[in-house]
Design a protein around this ligand. Structure first.
Ligand code: SAH
Length: 258
C-alpha cells in the first residue's frame, strides 16, 4: 500500500562505533544494526571481518578518506547521509573505534540534526581502549598514572594545536594519528618537559591478527617508527605504564618458561 505517510518518512542515521577491528569487540547493538542494515556507509578503518557481517544485498558505501582534502570530503559525507535519510533510508554510518573519539561523529550528527534527520549514536570501543587491553598496558595505574589524555597527532595541522601542558608527572598520553608526525610529536613533548627517556609503546593494528607492539624511549620515537616501518592505524602510548606492563609480561613469560 502506498500511503502518503510512507513517502514522507525520513530515515534515521545511526552513528555506530565498530571498535578497533576484532568483531568480538562490537557491542550487541552495533552487531544487530550491521547485520540488518540496508545501507552501510563505512570508513577505511572498519575491518573486513566486520564488513562481512552485513547482510547479502546490503548497499555498502566506502567513504575512506585520503589524508589531504579532509574538509571537502567531510562535507560530501554529511550530504550523503542527509540525502539518503531524506529519501527514506535508514543509514548505518559505521566508524572505527568510537564515533565521538576523533571520528568526526559530532559534525555528522550536527549536519543531520540541521536537516531534520533523526540521529542515534551507538558507542564503540575506542582503539585506545582496545589497544590497551590487547597490549596489556593499563592506561591508569594507582602508582604511576592518574591522568589519561587522548591527543590527535594530526588534526588541523600540528602548529594550531596547543601541546603545552601535556607533559607532566603520572600521566599517560594516547596519541591517535601520530605516525606521520612522530618526529614533531617527540620534539614538542620533550620541549615541554617530558624526559627523553620516558617510556612509550607504539601499537599498530591493535586487536587485529597483524598487531605489533613496539617499545622504546620518547627520544627514540622517530627512529622506532621509521626503522620498524610503522604504518597507520597505530597509536602511540606514552608514560610509565608502558614500561610496567613490559616488566609484568616478561615476568609472566619467565614463569611460563620455568
Ligand atoms: N574513532 C577512532 C579513531 C579515529 S582516528 C577510535 O575511537 O579509535 C584514526 C586513528 O585511530 C588512527 O590513526 C590510529 O591512531 C587509531 N586507530 C584506529 N584503529 C586502530 C587500531 N586497530 N590500532 C591502532 N590504532 C588505531
Amino acid at each position: 500500500m502506498q500511503g502518503p505517510h510512507l513517502e514522507s518518512r525520513t530515515g534515521t542515521v545511526h552513528l555506530v562505533g565498530a571498535g578497533p577491528g576484532d568483531p568480538d569487540l562490537l557491542t550487541l547493538r552495533a552487531a544487530r544494526l550491521i547485520m540488518s542494515a540496508g545501507l552501510i556507509v563505512h570508513d577505511g578503518l572498519v575491518s573486513p571481518e566486520i564488513m562481512a557481517m552485513a547482510r547479502a544485498g546490503a548497499r555498502l558505501v566506502s567513504v575512506a578518506k585520503a589524508r589531504s582534502n579532509h574538509t571537502m570530503k567531510q562535507d560530501a559525507i554529511n550530504a550523503l547521509l542527509v540525502r539518503e535519510a531524506l529519501a527514506g533510508h535508514d543509514v548505518v554510518r559505521l566508524k572505527g573505534g568510537d564515533p565521538f573519539i576523533f571520528g568526526r561523529g559530532g559534525e555528522e550528527a550536527e549536519a543531520c540534526r540541521a536537516a531534520g534527520v533523526p540521529v542515534q549514536v551507538v558507542p564503540g570501543i575506542t582503539s585506545a581502549l582496545g589497544a590497551s587491553a590487547a597490549a596489556q598496558i593499563p592506561l591508569t595505574h594507582r602508582d604511576s598514572a592518574s591522568i589519561v589524555t587522548f591527543v590527535a597527532g594530526q588534526c588541523k595541522g600540528l602548529t594550531e594545536q596547543d601541546w603545552a601542558g601535556l607533559a607532566g608527572k603520572d600521566r599517560t598520553l594516547v596519541i591517535f594519528m601520530g605516525v606521520a608526525t612522530a618526529a614533531q610529536i617527540a620534539e614538542k613533548l620533550m620541549a615541554d618537559g617530558l624526559a627523553p627517556e620516558t617510556p612509550l609503546a607504539v601499537i599498530e593494528n591493535a586487536t587485529r591478527s597483524e598487531m605489533r607492539v613496539l617499545r622504546g624511549p620518547l627520544a627514540g620515537l622517530p627512529d622506532l617508527v621509521q626503522g620498524q616501518r610503522v604504518r597507520s592505524p597505530a597509536l602511540i602510548v606514552i608514560g610509565q605504564v608502558t614500561a610496567e606492563s613490559d616488566t609484568a609480561l616478561h615476568a609472566i613469560a619467565l614463569e611460563a618458561a620455568q
